[in-house]
Design a protein around this ligand. Structure first.
Ligand code: PXG
Length: 461
């Protein structure tokens, strides 16, 4: 982009635009936001012409990679035929019906029906309202408490933030809303270090049972969790965690909601994260990879058992969004699922790039700053520590190294996220071996560059 146009855009950005989750004072100090202008495959390009490998698939969503003409074509054709119609008051459109069918086929295991929304947050709001409605229909309206984990991310709407366990988000706006309980997360590196991982997992799952008993089992509507917590820092629970959580939910007849907004659509090497961990949810929320981010659309998958109750008891579920089942977004999502299936991207993650990513990531374990490098499928994290062999951070409990390493990675040509003192990765599922090598090389180099600066800091542990 020519410099004059870029200058003008930056000024307009400052004068009129409030970007999401940003400190507007910092936006001002930086002279405007980073502007991304185009992308192809796994690479993004900013307005200054810098090309970067996109280690975050946009924002954990561009599963099929950028530049898919087929998706643009699907949107174009659908817009010409019927750009929009609603799905309110017993109306539907062909793309919405076909997409519901395709999604439920892939969910399998009794998750027969799908409710559409525009975003992951809305998908969780739907799950929240649906679960309470279900219990009321079942003659148990007092069952309205949700149990979630600290450091979970379930979105940015009022219910999404409340269900999530981000304390800083709660602190803005007097949240959470009543009726939501938070328990410990299965974050072994942060909270179980030195403990046998499986006994830690059992302890983390049992915290849910303990809370159920404190609240009163007859008052709990549902437990909600991400199979792998993404925005919380790619928290991969030990293998015993989810089966134990499922058994606890079953024991007390509590609905189990899997938030698959990040884990869904191949990320863990299966269509859904619950299939990887081997448990059976009653409600599944999905977004991001459903359309690979090409258009906003999300879905709430519901078990046949719940739908049977809705159908047999009757009465309107007084809930929905203008864009529920948006035909253009649904047409793009359908084509996206077709691409994932045709190119066998789920199998590719499971059999090829997932194991390769794990293998290359393991190289980082010898680095002085690396406390742990973990992954499952194509999602991973590198924990940065001040002292090798410990989980001690630079600059105290929350750490200060993450943002520094992230900024160096970006300068070196890799877009990644820092979450506390970890670097997280979630690249498009089409990433090649060479690109995985490049991603890990850049992180390795950036960690080395950061080390000198970090050790020189007064606050170094
Ligand atoms: N659930 C999960 C598990 C998510 O990761 C949402 C719900 C909400 O989706 P929407 O479409 O309403 O944003 C998400 C979104 C980050 C970051 O910290 C993560 C998300 C969104 C924005 C930033 O990297 N995840």
């Amino acid at each position: 982009m020519n410099p004059a146009r870029l200058r003008e855009l930056r000024q307009m950005d400052l004068a009129h635009h409030l970007p999401a989750q940003s400190d507007y004072q910092v936006q001002q100090q930086l002279g405007g936001s980073r502007i991304i202008v185009r992308a192809e495959g796994c690479e993004i390009e900013d307005a200054e012409g810098n090309k970067m490998l996109d280690g975050m698939a946009g924002l954990w969503c561009v599963n099929v990679g950028y530049g898919r003409r087929e998706l643009a074509e699907a949107a174009y054709q659908q817009m010409l035929q019927l750009p929009f119609y609603n799905t309110f008051f017993k109306t539907a459109t062909e793309p919405a019906i076909r997409l519901a069918t395709e999604v439920s086929k892939r969910l399998g295991a009794g998750l027969t029906h799908v409710f559409f929304n525009g975003s992951g947050s809305e998908a969780n709001d739907t799950a929240f309202r649906l679960a309470r409605h279900y219990w009321t229909l079942q003659g148990q309206p007092q069952r309205r408490v949700f149990i979630s984990r600290w450091n979970a991310y379930h979105g940015s709407t009022v219910a999404g933030v409340s269900l999530g366990g981000m304390k800083l988000m709660h602190a803005q706006g007097h949240l959470p809303i009543p009726g939501i309980e938070h328990v410990m997360q299965p974050y072994w590196f942060g909270e179980g270090f030195g403990e046998d991982p499986e006994s830690f997992a059992a302890r983390a799952a049992d915290a849910i049972e303990k809370r159920i008993l404190e609240v009163g089992p007859d008052k709990v509507a549902a437990f909600i969790g991400e199979p792998v917590q993404g925005a919380g820092g790619v928290i991969i629970p030990p293998s015993g965690y989810w089966p134990r959580v499922e058994a606890i939910c079953r024991k007390y007849g509590i609905l189990l909601i899997a938030d698959e907004v990040i884990c869904g659509f191949g990320r863990l090497g299966r269509w859904f994260g619950f299939q990887h961990f081997g448990f059976q949810p009653d409600i599944v929320t999905m977004a991001k990879g459903l359309s690979s981010g090409y258009l906003p659309i999300s879905a709430t998958g519901v078990s046949g058992a719940i739908v049977d109750v809705l159908k047999s008891k009757g009465g309107e579920f007084i809930h929905g969004y203008t864009y529920s089942g948006h035909p253009t977004a649904a047409a793009v999502a359908l084509k996206n699922l077709e691409i994932i299936a045709r190119e066998k991207l789920v199998e590719r993650v499971h059999d090829d790039v997932g194991p390769y990513f794990a293998q290359v990531l393991a190289r980082l374990k010898d680095q002085a700053l690396v406390g742990e490098a973990r992954s499952v499928g194509l999602i991973g994290a590198v924990e940065i520590v001040a002292r090798k062999g410990t989980n001690q951070r630079f600059g105290g409990k929350e750490g200060t190294a993450g943002p520094l390493v992230r900024d160096i990675c970006i300068r070196n040509g890799l877009m990644v996220r820092a979450i506390r003192d970890s670097i997280v990765m979630c690249p498009p599922l089409v990433i090649t071996h060479a690109e995985i090598d490049r991603m890990i090389d850049i992180i390795e180099r950036s960690l080395k560059e950061a080390e000198t600066q970090l050790r020189a800091r007064k606050d170094a542990a």
